[in-house]
Each structure stands twice: as structure tokens, then as C-alpha cells.
Design a protein around this ligand. Structure first.
Ligand SMILES: [Mn+2]
Length: 162
């Protein structure tokens, strides 16, 4: 079984990120879907200090990250493997989220069956045409999620609040 802390749209609230992470720091990874508006080192330094040895951090750039030098250098799309699943992580603004059609194409092109996005500041857990769309909501408002991939591949996405 693998567990991931999934959040997005932190908008500078590193305090809320730390709170969320400390509640469940045994996770196998952290996925952040953009709009961090903070130095990415603040995230990685904290996770690598407080998390387990193998906890990787995946972050993508959002539309509000242009003025934070480290965040502006993040990729706009990342792929990560989670058990039998392949995840497309993106903020979503380049694909006109909340529209899902363009994110679907991008996922299909790259063999992904899960899309994690942010941008709309709203929790989403919905399967559309064989692709599972997940949005943890905005961490700036205290909303995030824990993604669990069971050994048989079953996915759960639990809505949490800080
Ligand atoms: Mn945002």
C-alpha cells in the first residue's frame, strides 16, 4: 500500500502545509498541484527533515508562481508512478480547468489513468471516461487530501482539512 499527501493552491500558507504534513508524516510522497507562492525549499526542507527517508516531493508550477523564483522554475507537468497507476500532475490552468477534456488527452497521450490538478480550489474525486480526476481543493482554505493506493490497485482519495 502507498499513501500520498496531495495538496494544491497553498498560496503562501506554509503554516498550513506544515500542519497538514505533521498530521500524517508517514506518507510515501507529497504531491503539490501548483500555486505554492513560496520558496520550494521551504517545502522540501521541511518534508526531508520531518518525513520518512523515502518521501519524495512532486511539485508543479501554477499560474500564481511566476514571481517566486524557485516555484517559477517548476515544471508545469509531472508524471509519477503509484503502484499500477500512472499519475499526471498539473495545475490545470493551461488545460482550461475545470474543463477536463484537454487534461484527458494529455493523460491518454502519456499512459496516465489518474489526473491530479488544482486551480479551481474545489475538491474533486470523479471518474470521467476511464480517467480518475482528483483535486484536493485549496490548502490556503485548509483543504487537502490523502491518496491511498492499495496493493490490489484500489484508489481512495480522502478529503481532509487542516
Ligand atoms: Mn490558486
Amino acid at each position: 500500500m502507498k499513501r500520498y499527501l496531495v495538496c494544491s493552491d497553498i498560496h503562501g500558507r506554509i503554516d498550513l502545509f506544515k500542519k497538514a504534513f505533521l498530521k500524517d508524516k508517514a506518507v510515501d510522497g507529497v504531491l503539490i498541484a501548483g500555486d505554492l507562492q513560496l520558496d520550494t525549499y521551504e517545502i522540501t526542507d521541511f518534508v526531508y527533515a520531518k518525513g520518512n527517508d523515502c518521501c519524495n516531493v512532486y511539485m508543479v508550477c501554477g499560474n500564481c508562481d511566476a514571481y517566486e523564483p524557485s516555484a517559477s522554475l517548476l515544471p508545469s507537468v509531472l508524471f509519477c508512478e503509484a503502484g499500477p497507476h500512472r499519475i499526471l500532475l498539473t495545475h490545470g490552468h493551461r488545460y482550461y480547468a475545470p474543463r477536463t477534456d484537454l487534461m484527458s488527452y494529455k493523460a491518454e497521450e502519456n499512459g496516465c489513468d489518474i489526473v491530479i490538478f488544482g486551480h479551481i480550489h474545489r475538491f474533486v474525486f470523479e471518474k470521467i471516461d476511464d480517467i480518475l480526476f482528483l483535486n484536493p481543493g485549496a490548502l490556503m482554505s485548509g483543504s487537502y487530501a490523502v491518496l491511498t493506493v492499495a496493493n490490489d490497485g484500489t484508489v481512495s482519495f480522502e478529503h481532509m482539512s487542516v
